[in-house]
Design a protein around this ligand. Structure first.
Ligand code: AMP
Ligand code: ZN
Ligand code: FE
Ligand code: FE
Length: 271
């Protein structure tokens, strides 16, 4: 079993890269990809932990992109983090995230909440995402848990929701390709697209070189997985699978529960 989609403290996960790799080895994974949001910062620590714990570590990243005003997540595997293409893109992503976060913090301040960006960064690191704001609201006693904080404050149509500027999905795919990486469409059912729209999304992504789609994902049932697998055949791309493990921010997602075969990784590597 492998897992091609996980997060660490370098973005909005609660395990450090070393802790995550150790846990992955303990639950019996053969290989694990680190796919933090908008950063490759966790790779080196994860590689070292992989050697120590005898587990294959795949460098990855998850990019927030836009397609016709829908947020689409693109996973990139084996990119060269030194490539100017990915660096430029990550810089832009980080700029977009900063602007979104600053607006979000302004909204919270207007409501009298004791928040500042420097405080958030001191506590949670460089990549601040909504799960961190959710945790902040939970700590203040304003929400019972992270999911409740999203429902009350941070989700779409909520008082602290800020629509971010998104990088076009095509640009993200091209940047991953140009950096020597393999672009993959993440969790296709999370976008709530109609079958027609999902086909259009895949078709648009394939045109610019997407190589795979995440078919096995936490919560997807057999029918859903089979439907996605049929789409990968239709568009001649490869299936992948990952849990989207975050640790405490997503307490219902456990590591090592998903049945993703090693052959999925082999396919990606061979192409
Ligand atoms: P951001 O990129 O900062 O907008 O944050 C996105 C992160 O928030 C992703 O990891 C999402 O899975 C997570 N997220 C989005 N909605 C929810 C929710 N309702 N409950 C928990 N986490 C969520
Ligand atoms: Zn996340
Ligand atoms: Fe995602
Ligand atoms: Fe993710």
């Amino acid at each position: 079993m492998i897992d091609l989609h996980t997060h660490t403290t370098k973005s909005d996960g609660s395990y450090t890269p070393s802790e995550l790799i150790k846990l992955a080895a303990e639950v019996g994974l053969e290989a694990i990809a680190i796919t933090d949001h908008d950063t490759c910062e966790g790779h080196e620590e994860a590689f070292n932990a992989g050697v120590e714990n005898h587990i294959e570590v795949i460098p990855g990243v998850e990019l927030n992109t836009g397609w016709h005003s829908t947020a689409i997540h693109i996973l990139g595997y084996y990119i060269d983090p030194c490539s100017v293409y990915i660096q430029k893109l990550l810089e832009e992503a980080s700029k977009n995230r900063e602007i979104r976060n600053l607006t979000l913090i302004e909204y919270m301040k207007k409501d009298g909440l004791p928040i500042s960006y420097s405080l958030m960064k001191a506590q949670y690191g460089e990549i601040i995402g909504r799960p961190h704001f959710a945790q902040f609201l939970v700590n203040l006693g304003l929400a019972t848990d992270i999911s409740n904080a999203f429902q009350k404050y941070l989700g779409r149509n909520c008082p602290y929701y800020v629509e971010p500027t998104r990088i076009p999905v095509q640009s993200a795919i091209e940047a991953i390709k140009n950096s020597g990486g393999i672009p993959v469409i993440a969790h296709p059912f999370q976008y709530k697209l109609s079958p027609f729209e999902l086909n259009n999304l895949i078709s648009d992504c394939v045109k610019v070189g997407v190589r795979g789609m995440e078919c096995i994902y936490t919560g997807y049932d057999t029918n859903q997985v089979n439907y996605l697998l049929s789409l990968t055949k239709k568009y001649n791309i490869f299936p992948t699978g990952g849990s989207d493990f975050h640790g405490t921010p997503k307490p219902n997602i456990k590591l090592g529960k998903l049945n993703v075969p090693y052959s999925y990784l082999q396919n990606l590597k061979n192409n």
